[in-house]
Each structure stands twice: as structure tokens, then as C-alpha cells.
Design a protein. Structure first.
Length: 255
């Protein structure tokens, strides 16, 4: 028997193909969510995911520790059975990776996952592979002279430029800086415990590329064009991604 532990949020659980998962008779599913979402998950997804565990803590470390304790008990109860840990929640990717390492399970480890999760590390790796990325750097919140620091960044990456957290998602905390006043306002609102970066602003069409690589072979790949830039979401515009056929249909109806 296979056992799949899903670390998730309520929203991300709705993205799973529950009809298909319900047909997998040789798999047990265990869902871990925050306690504040547990009852809603049991109500709306309980038919597919009858085993739901609620995390009491609010921090990422508490999520990891409580999940680790819960999974440890499951492995003891189901000795000899295989376990897998998966997630589609971006803010839980590193938690899932740490849990795999803790129990020596297959899947991406922490180092591999960190390359996808941290936007600065991601650019470093691409840059070393001679792939063009925006000029970028780590934003130092403790710089005493904002005026001089602003001029240094502009000299390095140009104006306007982008500032954003390196470990958040969905364009949270992303800002296009077009003036010194906007830069100082962003620094004033920044959270000391959060890591930020700055980078060159590049105008153009935005695409999203997905692929699955197994044993060094690409077994699936797709490229989708976004209807708008991510930051346009902050202006109330929709941000959707279309494949080639959907792009043609969308542009036909927009023209």
C-alpha cells in the first residue's frame, strides 16, 4: 500500500483532480493543513481526503515539527509501507523537502527545492549556466544613506527597477520603483525578518514554462503566455496563462 501525505492549504487542495485520485484504490491520502482550515477541508474535500490533520502552530518551523511528529506516527503504524510527501503550496515547498529528508523519502531534497523557492539563488544558478537573467542584487535594509544607495542600485540595474521578497509568491511585496520617494517608502514598509532583492525591470510578454524531467529526460513540457503581467493583478486585471491554442483564441477575441 502506498501512503501519500499532502502538505497543503485549502485553496491548493481544490487544484487536485479529486475524481482521479478517488479511483486510486491502492493509495491512502493524508492531508496536513493549518488547524484554522481543517474543518473546511473536511467539509469540502473529506470524501477524497478523509484523513486530515490540523497544525496548531502558525510559523513554518511549527508546521514542520508538528507534521514530522504526525508522519512519524503514521510510519510506525504502517510499518513496511511506502510513503511520499507532496505539495502544490509554494510556501510549504521547503517544509515538504525537509520532511522528505527527515524520513529519507524519495523526492526533491531541501537544497534542490531551495533553488526553486529562493529567487536570488535561482538567478545565481541560471547566471552560472550562462543564461541571461535580469541584473540583480540583495536589498540591504540597513543601509544608512538611502539616497546614495538608491543611486548605486540605479547605476547597477537602471531605472525603473523591481524590488521584491525573495521567498514569497503571487507577486506579494513586488513593487516597480520609479523614483527615490517610492524607494524610501518601500524601505520604510519592509519587514526586517524578510529577505528582499532588487533587479532590472524588463518590459515584454510574460511566459510560464513547465516541464517534468525523469532520469535526465524531459517527458513533458509546455509554454504558456500570460494575459497580463503579474503586477497588473494589483490593478485588478486578470492574470491567466494560455497554451498556444488558447493564446490564438484569446488574441482573436481581443482584436
Amino acid at each position: 500500500m502506498k501512503n501519500v501525505v499532502i502538505t497543503s492549504t485549502y485553496t491548493k487542495l481544490s487544484h487536485y483532480n479529486r475524481e482521479q485520485l478517488s479511483q486510486m484504490e491502492d493509495v491512502n491520502f493524508f492531508v496536513i493543513v493549518r488547524e484554522s482550515e481543517r474543518l473546511s477541508v473536511e467539509r469540502d474535500f473529506g470524501e477524497t481526503f478523509p484523513n486530515v490533520f490540523g497544525i496548531q502552530g502558525t510559523s513554518e518551523e511549527e508546521f514542520f515539527q508538528e507534521s514530522k511528529s504526525y508522519i512519524s506516527k503514521l510510519i510506525t503504524q504502517k510499518e513496511g509501507e511506502s510513503f511520499y510527501i507532496v505539495t502544490m503550496a509554494e510556501d510549504l515547498l521547503l517544509v515538504a523537502a525537509r520532511l522528505r529528508e527527515a524520513f529519507n523519502l524519495t523526492g526533491m531534497n531541501f537544497e534542490q527545492t531551495y533553488r526553486f523557492r529562493n529567487k536570488g539563488e535561482m538567478k545565481n544558478i541560471l547566471q552560472k549556466a550562462n543564461i541571461r537573467v535580469p541584473y540583480f542584487g540583495k536589498l540591504e535594509l540597513s543601509k544608512p544613506n538611502h539616497n546614495i544607495y538608491f543611486e548605486e542600485i540605479v547605476a547597477e540595474v537602471g531605472l525603473p527597477f523591481i524590488v521584491k521578497p525573495t521567498m514569497m509568491a503571487c507577486s506579494n511585496g513586488v513593487s516597480k520603483i520609479e523614483s527615490f520617494e517610492a524607494f524610501t517608502a518601500y524601505l520604510d514598509d519592509a519587514q526586517p525578518a524578510v529577505e528582499y532583492g532588487y533587479e532590472e525591470f524588463i518590459s515584454g510578454k510574460l511566459y510560464h514554462c513547465d516541464s517534468i524531467v525523469s532520469n535526465g529526460e524531459v517527458i513533458f513540457s509546455s509554454a504558456c503566455e500570460y494575459t497580463n503581467e503579474n503586477m497588473h493583478f494589483q490593478e485588478g486585471k486578470s492574470v491567466k496563462q494560455f497554451d498556444e491554442q488558447q493564446q490564438k483564441h484569446y488574441h482573436t477575441h481581443q482584436s
